[in-house]
Design a protein. Structure first.
Length: 291
């Protein structure tokens, strides 16, 4: 169940970070317009206007025009750092998971210094993930129900953006659906419902997939990973029948083959892939859609 829930929210928030790209150095912080500092000139005349870094606009343009867009989700450990160094020239955006938010809107964490250095060398834009610590549902609920908390986190994000280190943010709030509620898409927006459980599950992967099949089938990639039972398989089949490209985890890596196994039995998956091949295949598919 835990891995299934994580996938469902990941499917929703994969696009949220690109929306956050709109955040830039033009933000107003604490209600004050951010004006460039003025420095006294050496000649003693009028103060000279401080030059603003131009790399931010260049980086944003690089992100917007990239076809395909190759995003690297970075974890600050030895393996992650070595992989970043090895593949830096082929990465469009560096996305370190490094900034957490509390229910009161306070953010904490920073972009690892060694990742920043690699990004600068490779002229790689940085778009960090802002996530709910521990993917805690209570944190997200508190944040969404407090205007003060929302203002605090947006203000903090604006301050980070104004430092020039990032081109935007990805909002990676997971486990948003309240307990015992389905998550569905209607008219381009997400809703929760208390419709009856499906195969004894609420929330249900099948219910979410079915709503996506009705709403955005041609622009959706459906993925079903390891999990007990059969939830998600019928919904994945509906996605495929509606024109989506669908993937399910192969038995060679699935810890519990119930859900992906049912997808294979139903013919719901266009491809069955081991977990270590999944990310690369998704990037290939996203690249085809973007071209």
């Amino acid at each position: 169940m835990a891995k299934k829930s994580k996938f469902l929210t990941m499917a929703v928030f994969a696009c949220a970070g690109l929306v956050a790209l709109a955040m830039s150095a033009t933000f107003s912080v604490s209600g004050q317009e951010n004006k460039p500092a003025r420095l006294a000139s050496k000649s003693g005349g009028k103060p000279a206007r401080q030059r603003q870094p131009v790399h931010r606009n260049i980086y944003k343009q690089k992100v917007v025009t990239a076809r395909p867009l190759r995003m690297f989700y970075y974890s600050d450990d030895t393996r992650g750092y070595e992989s970043l160094e090895s593949h830096g020239t082929g990465i469009t955006i560096l996305a370190p998971q490094c900034i957490a938010v509390n229910g009161d809107g306070t953010i904490h964490g920073s972009i690892p210094g060694r990742a920043v250095e690699v990004a600068k060398t490779a002229q790689m834009p940085i778009m960090p993930l802002i996530f709910n610590q521990g993917f805690d549902r209570g944190t997200v609920s508190a944040l969404l129900h407090s205007k003060l908390a929302q203002e605090r986190v947006v203000r903090s994000m604006a301050e980070l953006a104004n430092r020039g280190d990032v081109v935007g943010f990805q909002i990676d709030f997971e486990n948003m659906a309240p307990a015992d509620h389905h998550l569905v898409m209607r008219a381009g927006r997400l809703y929760t419902t208390q419709d009856p459980p499906v195969v004894a599950q609420r929330p249900s992967g099948t219910v979410l997939f079915q709503s996506l099949a009705r709403e955005t089938a041609s622009g959706t990639i459906g993925i079903l990973l390891t999990g007990m039972g059969t939830d998600g398989a019928e919904g994945l089949l509906e996605l495929r029948q509606a024109g989506s490209y669908t993937l399910a985890e192969d038995a060679s890596t699935a810890v519990v083959y119930g859900m992906p196994g049912e997808a294979e039995r139903l013919g719901a998956a266009c491809e069955m892939l081991p977990l270590d091949a999944m990310a690369g295949r998704v990037m290939e598919l996203v690249g085809k859609v973007a071209v």
